[in-house]
Design a protein. Sequence first.
Length: 238
Amino acid sequence: MTVCPGELDAAVIFLLILTGVFHGYVSGYPAKGYALHFPHQGVTDYANVRGMRSLTHFTVCFWMKSSASNSGTAFSYAVPGQANELLIYNYNDFHLYIGNTPMRVRGSANDGRWHHICVTWRNSDGMWKFYKDGSLRRHARNLRRGYTIRGGGSLMLGQEQDSVGGGFVSSQSFQGSLTNVNVWSYVLTASTIKSLSKSCLLGVGNVYRWSDFIYGVNGKAAVYVVIPSPCYPLSSWG
């Protein structure tokens, strides 16, 4: 099936991820060549993986496109007793949470265009950095200095968890498209992040890679796989 990547609404292929086994490929396209599209606010649609390792450093990067005005959540990691263990929240006014301690980023990415978002953190001095489209937008120290992000929890794309694997609120759900979400157990350099921002097909996390999330897609025919990704090829972007 041929899909025009420039026509997102027409390009949505209604695939229920109930019986599919992809083995790194989706309908003949490479694993990086798809995006997840969340067309509506709600509490039923998300991608979920479990069992993340403990982290003293991390980098989280993803591509997103949204024009919604709600406080949508791209990335939520919860552990027992701590729903906001690692949270990248509200594309209208980004906040970063580490161990339930919030930090307002004062940035947004809900203008209807594709954006590359990266967040890094290390526990040695609590240094965190927020990058948008390859540029460092804000950074500071002493966010949860000495803290270890606990392993074994639930990682959600598209919903903000108030309990492990649940407690969703519709107004905090992601509305738009996500692709190439990756998680590393170390802090990527600024030059590497700059390079990753040049193409949504670059980057492979050593904790989670984008292809890991396809197996955890849930939703009543409301989370769709867009094949090919609207950023595949890059020249098709609007």
